[in-house]
Design a protein around this ligand. Structure first.
Ligand code: FE2
Length: 350
């Protein structure tokens, strides 16, 4: 089956062989350094609420959806009789549909609330996702111009960064599952299991790849691709961290999701906003309560008190003495109310 490659191997050996194994070992080394990126330290910090640690998820959308395109339309070259490209092609089929799990997880993480189509387009092509788009453009250009062996090196480099990313998100997904049964597949176990069983990582494929020899020029190009890939992914991860850590505010409130944002900027200030402003409730608790309210239709105050976050007497007092009088006043003077959602900048994550 690999007759052509054996022949090529012999020719290169005669010229002075350099093994691909050396490059794969270098990728492993780079992976160990990549794992120390501040983004992963943040993801691994169990003192931070797991939902907060996943607040980068919507900002990762452009990259994830484009990655499928990379597999289908750039890395895959058909038909081919070339064994290395055949291995690349096989990989693209195995890796092209993981965006489906990503969309499922966005729903489970509470990022699929009503948002206008135009607003989501504006977000995907906004400054918020500019770095993601730049990394995607670079990946497409790199893959487009690469030879089959350099595509393998590119895939191996990208996948080694994905291993670190998924190892960190998998731990968070496990925490979320324990807390409220949310079973994330892109960020959780499923993705890691599928990724680790790609054909490219079977013993036979690794033996085949390790046995390949390349010319000094090919090696030089491979080293450039490895360095560039890790550089680009360090930037990508820093960008995701920035989305979590840079506070985006409306009226002084951190925003977690479109749903929470919509809730907080409603024209009549709702109970949850009062409780947050009073320091009695956290944003995460409000997020959970809003999700539960959607399912059960219960009053928000009842949900909050049933969790023991705020006593029901406190909520009743707040409603009678502050919320109701202020609402009545606000409704009597609608023009002086909070800003409308349409006029606000797009804010997501925290
Ligand atoms: Fe994947």
């Amino acid at each position: 089956m690999f007759f052509w490659q054996d022949f090529r191997h012999q020719i290169i050996s005669l010229k002075g062989c350099i093994s691909v194994e050396e490059l794969l070992a270098l990728i492993k080394e780079k992976q160990a350094t990549f794992a120390k990126a501040p983004f992963f330290e943040y993801l691994r910090d169990t003192k931070i609420n797991p939902s907060d640690r996943m607040a980068f998820a919507p900002c990762f959308a452009f990259f994830v959806m484009s990655f499928s395109e990379l597999n289908r339309h750039v890395l895959r070259v058909e038909p081919t009789t070339e064994p290395i490209q055949a291995l690349v092609n096989q990989h693209t089929y195995e890796d092209e549909d993981h965006w489906i799990w990503f969309l499922e997880d966005l729903k489970k993480l509470g990022y699929d609330e009503s948002i206008k189509f135009t607003e989501s387009l504006r977000f995907l092509w906004s400054d918020e996702t500019r770095i993601q788009r730049e990394v995607v453009r670079w990946m497409f250009q790199e893959a487009e111009s690469a030879t089959a062996i350099h595509r393998v090196i590119l895939i191996e480099s990208i996948e080694s960064t994905a291993d670190i990313f998924l190892e960190a998100t998998q731990a968070i997904a496990q925490e979320l599952k324990i807390i409220d049964g949310r079973d994330c597949r892109y960020f959780g176990d499923m993705h890691t299991i599928v990724d680790s069983s790609h054909t490219m990582y079977t013993d036979d494929s690794q033996k085949f790849l390790n046995s390949l020899s390349i010319t000094p020029e090919e090696r030089q190009e491979a080293l450039r691709i490895i360095d560039k890939t890790f550089d680009m992914f360090v930037i990508l991860m820093s960008d995701l961290l920035a989305h979590i850590k840079v506070p985006k505010t409306i009226n002084g409130n951190f925003m977690y999701s479109y749903e929470l944002r919509s809730y907080l900027v409603r024209k009549v200030k709702p109970l949850g906003t009062y409780l947050i402003e009073a320091g009695l409730l956290t944003y995460d608790q409000l997020n959970i309560a809003l999700q539960e309210q959607k399912v059960t239709g219960q009053c928000l105050g009842d949900i909050i008190s049933s969790h023991g976050w705020v006593q029901s007497e406190t909520i009743e007092y707040l409603m009678e003495k502050i919320v109701k009088p202020e609402r009545e006043a606000a409704l009597a003077h609608p023009s002086e109310n909070a800003p409308s959602i349409d006029n606000e900048p797009i804010l997501i994550g925290r």
